[in-house]
Design a protein around this ligand. Structure first.
Ligand SMILES: *[C@@H]1O[C@H](CO)[C@@H](O)[C@H](O)[C@H]1NC(C)=O
Length: 512
């Protein structure tokens, strides 16, 4: 069972689920049967008063069931349809959908239009959701009530689901509208998460294609990213695993009047897939006494116990940019694809890039070491170097630009038993907006400082020097720091972004 803390072996998943369709809840059938049996008590009482013939059959089954087995699931399945329909009419939408996953017969019964139109009109009755519904719409509802029997089976179920999803989407669009002027990113991410019920899961796949789903254990919201963490005492053995899928998980629909249940049907949207064979020296970025950390692109941090070489924790760093889309609009097997970019026509492109704005947040464990915005960044056309355009953010030659990192730098991690901090590593969130304030480059990734040899030429600083490098398909970040012994602070003395010319040309439809 999904507990949120352990992994869930789910050998049945493949056949049922990997087609990118709705994923039925884990243990859905069992739970559905349980709920239905409970409801059968209530419905049964009502039926006894009426006493239809089929009831005798039902009672016979019940007795048989009590004798032969303690699980009454089989008897539920063999109940006459009219009794099941009566029982189903007491259930809510989520439970009905769970029951529909049990088998073909229950699926057809749980599709019943009369049951669903009641759920539909209760949820979306003009009184409850919107008292200003005009009379035309009201008439439409009552007309369609009349013709309910004419509709195809499942029609009202589909209508209900579609309307639920549309209403959550409309609410989300409103919530995501206000943007932070410094980051160009939505301000109310927390509220969006609450309204959508969005969470994240990792799916570990072993070599025999068996899957282990883990729901996130910790989630923290930063200035421009969400940090999601998984840990467990019962990870499957690393040697047997091949990949990690990172997915957004949303309840198929949220009932605002109820607490979302873990067992409802949920939608999985694949965000990224990582190969565990890349946990090698080249992705190793740091370590402490207990663990070694590996960074897998994009933004995934994997911590392994030093001794056993087994998983300790997994941390995903998710930048706010298109986060809701990426976490909800993909399918279980195909990630959401960003809408095609329309080249932005810039009359002034001859002079290079100008008016760029950078927002950086360097943080870990909820503590920000540096959070700042840099305006009016530019890159002259002539700055192209090895296929990159250079944006100088902090120049080593200009003292007034140098900035300290505040606090004790380190990447905090934690599991059920241990916690620690990996010195000189942290998470870097970068948001680069173009001159029209559109996000040009966004990422959230763990990075580490490495000590650099003292340069023989150029400006000499007072302390040990360090550097941080980051690279992805859009560009590179190079940062240099100096450790100032007296104040026990790292000072950033150099910060340069290199933007891939290919990306720039794609963005502007230019040809640099
Ligand atoms: C140094 O940086 C400051 C702050 O960004 C800027 O105002 C100043 O013009 C720079 N000086 C030089 C010589 O570039």
């Amino acid at each position: 069972m999904a507990t949120g803390h352990g992994w869930v072996p789910s050998p049945r998943r493949r056949g049922l689920l990997s087609r990118g369709a709705l994923r039925p809840p884990l243990g859905g059938a069992g739970v559905a049967a349980g709920i239905a049996v409970e409801a059968a008590g209530r419905a049964g009482a009502a039926l006894f008063r009426k006493g239809p013939d089929s009831l005798k059959q039902y009672v016979r089954h019940q007795k048989h069931c009590q004798k032969s087995s303690s699980i009454c699931f089989a008897s539920l399945d063999r109940m006459p349809s009219e009794i099941l329909l009566k029982i189903f009419s007491y259930l809510d939408a989520v439970t009905l959908l769970c029951i529909g996953c049990v088998n073909k017969r229950l699926y057809h019964l749980a599709n019943d239009n009369l049951i669903w139109i009641r759920i539909y009109s209760t949820a979306f009755s003009p009184k409850r959701s919107n008292w200003r519904v005009n009379s035309v719409e009201k008439t439409a509802v009552s007309l369609s009530l009349l013709s309910v029997e004419d509709k195809q089976a499942g029609y009202w179920k589909k209508e209900y689901i579609a309307k639920q999803i549309a209403s959550v989407k409309a609410t989300l669009t409103q919530i995501l509208k206000p943007v932070n002027p410094y980051t160009g990113l939505p301000v109310k991410i927390k509220e969006a998460l609450r309204v959508s019920g969005l969470g994240w899961a990792i799916i570990l796949k072993d070599r025999s294609e068996k899957e282990y789903i883990m729901e996130h254990v910790d989630l923290s919201i930063n200035d421009a990213s969400v940090t999601v963490v998984w840990y467990s005492k019962n990870w499957p053995h690393l040697a047997t695993l091949s990949t990690i899928d990172l997915c957004g998980v949303t309840p198929v629909f949220m009932d605002h009047h109820k607490v979302p249940t873990k067992n409802g049907p949920r939608w999985h949207s694949l965000i990224a897939q990582y190969s565990l064979s890349s946990l090698t020296e080249s992705t190793l970025i740091g370590f402490d006494g207990l663990i070694r950390i590996f960074c897998l692109n994009p933004g995934l941090l994997v911590g392994l116990w030093k001794r056993e070489e087994e998983l300790a924790f997994v941390m995903a760093n998710l930048h706010f940019h298109q986060l809701m889309e990426r976490s909800t609009l993909g399918s279980a097997t195909i990630p959401y694809e960003l809408p095609p970019h329309c080249p932005f026509v810039d009359d002034d492109w001859e002079s290079g890039l100008h008016g760029y704005q950078l927002h950086v947040d360097m943080h870990s464990g909820g503590i920000s070491y540096l959070c700042g915005t840099f305006h009016n960044l530019f890159s002259k056309k002539g700055y192209i170097e090895n296929g990159y355009m250079k944006l100088i953010v902090i120049s080593s030659k200009n003292n007034t630009q140098h900035l300290p990192l505040i606090g004790k730098i380190g990447l905090s991690w934690r599991t059920d038993i241990f916690e620690g901090c990996i010195k000189s590593c942290y998470v870097m969130d970068l948001t680069l907006l173009d001159e029209s304030r559109k996000p040009f480059w966004c990422f959230s990734s763990p990075v580490c400082m490495h000590s650099s040899p003292r340069p023989s030429e150029g400006p000499n600083f007072l302390g040990q020097e360090y550097y941080v490098d980051y690279l992805d398909s859009v560009g590179k970040v190079h940062m240099e720091l100096v450790w100032i012994e007296e104040t026990e602070e790292y000072f950033i003395i150099d910060l340069v972004l290199y933007l891939s010319v290919t990306k720039v040309n794609h963005w502007f439809g230019t040809n640099y």
